[in-house]
Design a protein around this ligand. Structure first.
Ligand code: CA
Length: 229
C-alpha cells in the first residue's frame, strides 16, 4: 500500500485530499507546515508527496528543493495561482507535476496514481529517472541528450549539447572561453577558442527567442559566458 504525505496548511483542503486518497486505499499523513513536512518526508518512507506552495515558514519551493537533494520520490505541487506554476517550472526544482487550486479530488487521485505507477515502473525496472534540467521553458534531458524549448525539440550537435548542459549545470557561474574550450573540447592546448563563440551563437539561435537579448546564456564582456537562472 502506498504512503502519501500531504504538506498543506489549509485544514479543509488537507482533509479533503486525505479523505479521497484514503478512499483509494492510500495511507495518508498530513503536515501543516514546511518544516515538519520536510522532516517527515526525509525521515519516513513515503511514496509520494503532495506539496502546497504557500506554507507558513518554509514555503513549498524550499521544501521541494531540500527534498530533491535527498530523495527522488514523486512530488506533486499544489498552487492557488497559475503564475506559480511557471515559477516552479522556471526554478527547475524537480517537481514531477503541478496542480492548481481549485481542483477536483478525483483529478488529484488520478494524478497520484499515474505518478506512483510511473515511479514504480522506473524503480522496479532498475531504470533511473532521466537526469533533466528545466529552466524557464528550456528542458535539457541529459540522459536522452535531448533539448526542448517550450516543448519543441531542437537538434543539437554533440559539442553544442555538451556546452549547453555544462553551462546549465553550473548556473550563474562565469566561465571564460578558455575554460569552456578546455572543458568541452577536452584539450589542454590553447586551441582555437573562437570555436566556443561559434557554438554559443548556434546554441542561442536554437534556444533564444531574441538572440540579441539572450535570456539563457549571457555574455559577460571581457570575461566569458554565464548561464542565467
Ligand atoms: Ca497554503
Amino acid at each position: 500500500m502506498s504512503r502519501i504525505l500531504i504538506i498543506e496548511d489549509e485544514e479543509s483542503i488537507a482533509d479533503l485530499e486525505k479523505d479521497y486518497l484514503e478512499l483509494s486505499d492510500f495511507t495518508v499523513e498530513v503536515c501543516a507546515d514546511g518544516e515538519s513536512g520536510l522532516k517527515a518526508a526525509l525521515e519516513k518512507d513515503f511514496d509520494l508527496v503532495i506539496l502546497d506552495l504557500m506554507l507558513p515558514g518554509m514555503d513549498g519551493f524550499e521544501v521541494c528543493r531540500q527534498l530533491r537533494e535527498n530523495k527522488d520520490i514523486p512530488v506533486l505541487m499544489v498552487s492557488a495561482k497559475k503564475d506559480d506554476i511557471d515559477k516552479i517550472r522556471g526554478l527547475g526544482l524537480g517537481a514531477d507535476d503541478y496542480i492548481t487550486k481549485p481542483f477536483s479530488p478525483s483529478e488529484l487521485v488520478a494524478r497520484v496514481k499515474a505518478h506512483l505507477a510511473r515511479y514504480e515502473r522506473l524503480v522496479g525496472s532498475g531504470v533511473k529517472p532521466n537526469d533533466v534540467i528545466e529552466i524557464r521553458g528550456l528542458r535539457i534531458d541529459k540522459t536522452a541528450r535531448r533539448v526542448t524549448i517550450d516543448g519543441a525539440e531542437k537538434n543539437f550537435t554533440t559539442k553544442e549539447f555538451d556546452l549547453l548542459a555544462f553551462l546549465a549545470e553550473n548556473p550563474n557561474h562565469v566561465f571564460s572561453k578558455e575554460e569552456l574550450f578546455r572543458k568541452i573540447w577536452n584539450m589542454d592546448s590553447v586551441g582555437d577558442i573562437a570555436t566556443v563563440t561559434v557554438h554559443i551563437k548556434k546554441i542561442r539561435e536554437k534556444i533564444e527567442a531574441d538572440t540579441s537579448n539572450p535570456q539563457y546564456i549571457e555574455t559577460i564582456w571581457g570575461v566569458g559566458y554565464r548561464f542565467r537562472v
